[in-house]
Design a protein around this ligand. Structure first.
Ligand code: ZN
Length: 452
């Protein structure tokens, strides 16, 4: 067998599928194929070239579109036992209501609900989540079990009490040392700062130094609402963004969730320092935080990914919802129907999303050398996307952003492993987890929120 022949062999050949590559030249194959070996994409191309490949297994996905697995740039998956328990209240009342329950939740309950959140996300086409959660060992176990990819950090918050600072710093470093590159490399560990109003200067600078030393990223909440801005202004005569910058926190290693109530100077700072933003449209609307200036951020060249935030402020972990919210909110708010086009929004959930979380060297596009994290959305036989002019990339993308829902997700793979098939989770026993979670969730809420 010649060298050339060897290069043309794959483990799996997925055939007769429309492929949205999201690569630099935005290649689209209306009738395409994907060759996968050892969990990596070897080639995405037009179907008439597929005959050059030999494969151990072939799978036709006729009637489906293959897209890079969605990226959830901001989540709190272990909090989903609080879904529907803190609606219609202000952010600070929300934190007052949920923090005591979170601090009383144990490993088991966080694990069960994080795993359920993974099931919900996978069935919506998410393959990666960037998560903040107190009990990181529990979320890491859930992400590992689910087969998903995760970039995880603990919730680092000292409520400005520096007696806790060193312990919290050690906790984040300990998690980094234990879990970085675990789950066959699917888990990465970030450093965390809950928010500039809930962490002391000392804690934030120490976290920054620890992250820099390890070339790790920092995930934080920033400028979520006007109350935060007023509180920081009153104390330091600066905006939250200016305040973090004065402490040397801001840089390309920072992923800032929200970035809603910001000034033009904040946007300038974000651009100059190269911070990235996780936009959470549903959460911003539900907590009445305001409209993040997403169109402006994109124009300034700031990397913006899309997040769900926790399902307590959403209340769904739904990639399609999140895309549609993003497009519609900003069109309405700017009164300009041309902003946040479907192709831009899909990109924010895919290739740009991967750049926003710093994983674009391994995921985010369907092209040679990337991990096989792929979502397949079924387009045929669906009233809500008929007709589908398959040959037109723009029509395919329009349907994906504006018309489709998690119910249309047919298959999801991470690292070439099939985790969802025919819309059902096959990576673990979802029914069993549901039963245990119902029991554990009820017990926790009855002894906390509903105890009197
Ligand atoms: Zn959050």
């Amino acid at each position: 067998m010649g060298k050339n022949m060897k290069e043309q062999s794959a483990d799996l050949l997925i055939e007769e599928v429309a492929v949205v590559t999201m690569n630099e030249s935005q290649d689209y194959f209306s009738d395409g194929y994907l060759a996968i070996r050892d969990g990596m994409i070897l080639k995405a191309g037009p179907m008439h070239e597929a005959s050059a490949w030999r494969a151990r297994e072939k799978l036709s996905m006729k009637g489906c579109v293959a897209i890079p697995g969605f990226i959830n740039a901001h989540s709190h998956i272990g909090m989903s036992f609080l879904r529907g328990q803190a609606d219609d209240i202000r952010l600070y009342d929300f934190l007052d209501r949920t923090f005591p329950v979170l601090f009383q939740s144990d490993h088991e309950v966080v694990y069960l609900f994080a795993l359920l959140a993974c099931a919900e996300m996978l069935k919506s086409g998410y393959t990666t989540t960037v998560d903040i959660m107190e009990q990181l060992p529990a979320t890491a176990a859930a992400v590992s079990k689910s087969g998903m990819r995760g970039k995880l950090s603990p919730n680092i918050v000292n409520f400005l009490d520096d007696t806790k600072t060193d312990r919290l710093l050690e906790e984040n470093i300990g998690y980094y040392e234990k879990y970085q590159n675990s789950a066959s490399g699917r888990i990465q560990i970030d450093f965390n700062i809950h928010a500039p109003y809930s962490c002391s200067k000392q804690l934030m600078t120490k976290i920054k130094q620890a992250a820099q030393l390890r070339k790790a990223d920092i995930h934080l909440h920033l400028s979520e609402n006007l109350e935060e801005v007023s509180a920081i202004r009153e104390k330091y005569s600066m905006t939250p963004t200016e305040y973090l910058d004065s402490l040397g926190i801001l840089g390309p290693d920072v992923l800032a969730a929200h970035f809603v109530q910001v000034t033009d100077h904040d946007i300038d700072l974000a651009r100059i320092r190269g911070i990235r933003v996780a936009h959470n449209p549903a959460s911003n609307m539900k907590l009445a935080s305001g409209f993040a200036p997403v169109a402006k951020l994109l124009k300034a060249g700031i990397l913006v990914g899309l997040g769900t935030d926790s399902c307590v402020t959403n209340n769904r972990l739904d990639a399609f919802d999140t895309m549609k919210w993003t497009a519609l909110i900003h069109k309405g708010n700017t009164q300009d129907a041309t902003v946040l086009k479907a192709s831009e929004v899909l990109n924010m959930a895919g290739a740009k999303g991967a750049r926003s979380i710093g994983l674009d060297t391994i995921i985010g596009t369907l092209e040679a050398g990337k991990r096989a994290d792929i979502t397949f959305v079924r387009m045929d036989g669906k009233p809500h996307c008929t007709p589908w002019i398959k040959e037109r990339a723009e029509n395919t993308i329009s349907h994906l952003v504006y018309s489709m829902s998690p119910a249309d997700v047919d298959m999801v793979m991470v690292d070439g492993n099939i985790l969802v098939k025919h819309g059902k989770v096959i990576a673990f026993d979802e029914k069993l987890i549901l039963k245990d979670a119902q029991k554990a969730g009820e017990k926790l809420l009855n002894k906390t929120l509903y105890a009197n």
